[in-house]
Design a protein around this ligand. Structure first.
Ligand SMILES: O=C(O)CCC(=O)C(=O)O
Ligand SMILES: [Fe+2]
Length: 390
């Protein structure tokens, strides 16, 4: 077995990054030859340009350049870094590393997932509906690395004022509407934190778990995720996708890895190379992963998704919500969607000259969902207990 294919953890961080060089370079060349990136472009009627939708349908992903202003990125970075600093000092601590009360001890859902540096917490496990069958390479962290690092942060609309405003961004919501229809609904959010020399892998997977056998199955039925990038992303730290894989049904990832001589460096994949302020969309049926971050560069990706309403209505809770045995009924969809309307107003209160997005399910009742202390309590607090994961 080549050292690249080994998942044993016997590889140093440096050996890992050296072993990736050729794969990263080949993926970058493929990525740069693709025709699915550029600014948000609209038709004359203000809707998202059809050429973008066509490219998204063909490849399963698109990179929107320069969507979020640098001033807004600065605020998002400050809020994200504050959230990282306010994490429990250890996974079960009540205080952060500075001895202050850790953030989120009063949240209904724990906002932090920790991992051992450079590890892969999901690959080869039954977690999250077993959707990550193959273990990634887990290099040995350098001496002096912390025992645990933050891997994921949840609840951004509650914990980060700038992220609530981002959730109401008119260009992003225009894209969500163009893809999932005027009555589109939210899914969930998670911030992926990949610190240099510490950030873990996300093993190869497809996000959706509900509709693979559905009689209405099509390539868009499991929705899509945005990622807004707070720092430049590189082939070494970025998300990787296999273009076109969203059209092909449920993949047999374990067989793909086996056929690839046991290596998780799957052929044909491309990295999503972005600048700060770029926003990507990735179909949730795409095969995607990210590798242990043995590069010198941080990645923080603000990730949040949207669905077609009919994909979630009446469905059973899945993924992070499956322990609840909930069914996604009208009430739950309405209450979770209200976060979008409050976010639109939170944004409008700060960016008064920007044209707010008009979210059709709340047309005529916007005034009941203005951003205030009251709606923060009634709509935003613990909103992610109502996520619509499928
Ligand atoms: O950003 C990553 O590394 C993983 C993202 C992912 O799996 C997702 O957005 O569904
Ligand atoms: Fe994913």
């Amino acid at each position: 077995m080549s050292s690249v294919a080994s998942a044993s953890g016997s590889m140093s961080s440096k050996e890992h990054s050296d072993s990736m060089i050729d794969y990263l370079r080949a993926g970058e060349i493929r990525a740069r030859s693709m025709n699915n990136r550029g600014p948000v472009k609209r038709e004359k009627n203000g809707k998202l340009h059809s050429c973008i939708l066509e490219a998204f349908q063909e490849y399963g992903f698109y990179i929107f350049e320069n969507v979020v202003s640098q001033a807004e990125i600065t605020e998002l970075r400050a809020d994200a870094n504050n959230m990282i600093e306010r994490a429990p000092a250890k996974p079960d601590s009540l205080v952060d590393l500075k001895g202050r009360p850790a953030l989120g001890r009063d949240f209904a859902r724990e906002p932090y997932t920790f991992i051992k540096p450079l590890s892969d917490p999901w690959g080869g496990t039954k977690l999250l509906n077993g959707r990550h069958p193959s273990k990634m390479i887990e290099p040995t962290p350098d001496a002096g690395s912390p025992e645990h690092v933050v891997y994921l942060m949840y609840g951004m609309c509650e914990a980060m004022p700038a992220a609530l405003r981002l959730y109401g961004h008119p260009d992003l919501l225009l894209i969500a509407e163009a893809i999932n229809g005027e009555d589109f609904v939210p899914y969930n959010d998670a911030i992926f934190v990949k610190q240099p020399g510490l950030g873990g892998s996300v093993a190869w997977h497809q996000d959706g778990v509900t509709h693979w056998g559905s009689k209405d199955w099509d390539e868009g039925i499991h929705g899509f995720n945005f990622q807004v990038q707070l720092y430049p992303t590189t082939p070494a730290n970025s998300l990787w996708v296999i273009p076109g894989s969203h059209k092909q049904g449920k993949a047999n990832i374990a067989a793909m890895v086996k056929e690839n001589s046991g290596s998780v460096l799957l052929p044909g994949a491309v990295p999503l190379i972005c600048a700060p302020g770029d926003a990507t969309i990735v179909n949730r049926q795409m095969l995607h992963c990210s590798f242990a971050n043995t590069s010198p560069d941080i990645r923080i990706s603000i990730t949040f998704g949207f669905h077609r309403r009919k994909s979630v209505l009446g469905q059973k809770a899945a993924l992070g919500m499956d322990g609840t045995n909930a069914i996604y009924d009208e009430k739950r969809i309405f209450e979770r969607s209200a976060v979008i309307q409050v976010a639109i107003d939170a944004r409008h209160q700060k960016y008064t000259r920007e044209m707010p997005f008009s979210y059709k399910p709340f047309k005529g009742i916007e005034d009941q969902f203005k951003f205030s202390d009251e709606t923060f309590q009634s709509v935003v607090r613990d909103y992610n207990t109502k996520d619509l994961a499928i």
